[in-house]
Design a protein around this ligand. Structure first.
Ligand SMILES: [Cu+2]
Length: 127
């Protein structure tokens, strides 16, 4: 009688473990989802880094906000910025996150931050 109980307990434990690992699954996106032409520009407080960039036609450029700074007394503060192009394409005015634009035509695309104006500007040359 005792031997049968041990066997049943072992089977039920195995069943639980197997179901748990099946339901978790992989959480990372497949590598193939990342465009090979992705380029990053850092949006920092009052500057785009790098400020100018030359890319090939068809390239998606991604801006990533890095505008938060920590302070031992006041905690983390993040400043608002935007990527606003002269041709009207613009990101939201935001203090974190990313913005992407795909350039499908050659030319020079200048942009600035709507909060800080010409003092915070950059351009993308597409060729
Ligand atoms: Cu700004």
């Amino acid at each position: 009688m005792k031997g049968v109980f041990v066997v049943l307990a072992a089977i039920s434990l195995y069943g639980c473990g197997g179901g748990g690992s099946d339901s978790t699954g992989p959480t990372n996106q497949p590598i193939g989802n990342t465009p090979p032409s992705l380029t990053d520009i850092s949006v920092t407080n009052n500057a785009f880094t790098p400020g100018t960039k030359t890319v090939a036609v068809g390239t998606t450029v991604r801006w990533a906000w890095n505008t938060c700074s920590g302070d031992p007394y006041y905690g983390q503060t993040c400043a608002d910025h935007s990527v606003t192009f002269a041709d009207g394409v613009a990101s939201a005015t935001q203090d974190q996150g990313t913005f992407s634009r795909t350039f499908n035509a050659a030319g020079t695309f200048s942009y600035h931050c709507s909060v800080h104006g010409a003092a915070m500007s950059g351009s993308i040359t597409v060729q």
